[in-house]
Design a protein around this ligand. Structure first.
Ligand SMILES: NC(=O)c1ccc[n+]([C@@H]2O[C@H](COP(=O)([O-])OP(=O)(O)OC[C@H]3O[C@@H](n4cnc5c(N)ncnc54)[C@H](OP(=O)(O)O)[C@@H]3O)[C@@H](O)[C@H]2O)c1
Length: 246
């Protein structure tokens, strides 16, 4: 990178990352910490996550309880983040689940779980974080959506998951509108298959050899976090294979 890229210096900036216990979220958190951010990880199992981040233990890392199924934990995680670091510059809505719900299989409990974790929880966190992101003048939100957020690939896909990720896309556009004048930039990042537990057994996905590494997604998130206010990226597909429209 050259100096005239006008990238934002990570030093001192504070980013909240949901679902950082494993998979893509873990990779994002480790990349941001390595780049010099202070990271607040919202996870269901604080002790297990602390073990996975033992090399980062210190005053740049907070690991706090966050469970999409417990609405109050969004606010308590935000408050603990502010109490620890005093400010907030970024939010990565990463925690997510996949369930097979189509017109023949899956039930409404699965549909409700998808809505709860993939849509309502990011909505809640965005609502809590937005005033603080606005206050800093260069707030950033990255929502980990999916290629399933921008098209319906074929009938092997989960209709429910696809619906939830389309809803997350809509919320991303809305958050961008609400925060834009105060310098908040929001990106819906839309990867194809990433090599994590989430895609194990999911039909029709890119075979393992062609899947994205979580670290590749982390690298992209780090770039999005550091872009200046005049480089707004509303959404970004990351394809593992050729498709007709993305
Ligand atoms: N893998 C892919 O191919 C792919 C592609 C496009 C988009 N994505 C999206 O990327 C995000 C991360 O997925 P991943 O592949 O890293 O999946 P993963 O390895 O299964 O990790 C999912 C993460 O979400 C957390 N989580 C699940 N339910 C939660 C809840 N109720 N409350 C709080 N956290 C919860 C998990 O925490 P626990 O450890 O406590 O379960 C874990 O940290 C998801 O939003 C997913 O939809 C994934």
């Amino acid at each position: 990178m050259t100096d005239n890229a006008n990238l934002i210096d990570p030093g001192g900036r504070v980013v909240m990352i949901s679902g950082a216990s494993r998979g893509i979220g873990e990779a994002i958190a480790k990349k941001l910490l390595a780049d010099g951010y202070r990271a607040s990880l919202g996870v269901r199992d604080v002790a297990a996550t602390a073990e996975r981040f033992s090399q980062f233990a210190g005053d740049k890392l907070l690991i706090d309880a966050f469970d999409a199924a417990q609405p109050d934990t969004a606010q308590s995680w935000l408050e603990n983040t502010l109490q620890t670091f005093g400010k907030l510059h970024g939010l990565v809505n990463n925690a997510g689940i996949w369930r097979q719900v189509n017109f023949e299989t899956g039930d409404e409990d699965d549909l409700d779980a998808l809505w709860e974790v993939n849509v309502k929880a990011p909505f809640r966190l965005t609502r809590c974080a937005l005033p603080h992101l606005r206050a800093c003048g260069t707030g950033r939100i990255v929502n980990i959506a999916s290629t399933d957020g921008v098209r319906f690939r074929d009938s092997t896909c989960s209709v429910g998951y696809t619906m939830s990720k389309h809803a997350l896309m809509a919320m991303s556009h809305a958050a961008r509108q609400f925060g834009y004048d105060d310098g908040v930039r929001v990106t819906a990042l839309c990867p194809g298959a990433v090599a994590t537990e989430l895609v194990a057994g999911v039909p029709g996905v890119t075979p393992a050899a062609g899947q994205l590494a979580p670290e590749t997604i982390a690298h992209i998130v780090a770039t999005l976090m550091a872009l200046p206010n005049n480089a707004s990226v509303a959404w970004m597909p990351v394809n593992t294979r050729l498709e007709s429209t993305i």
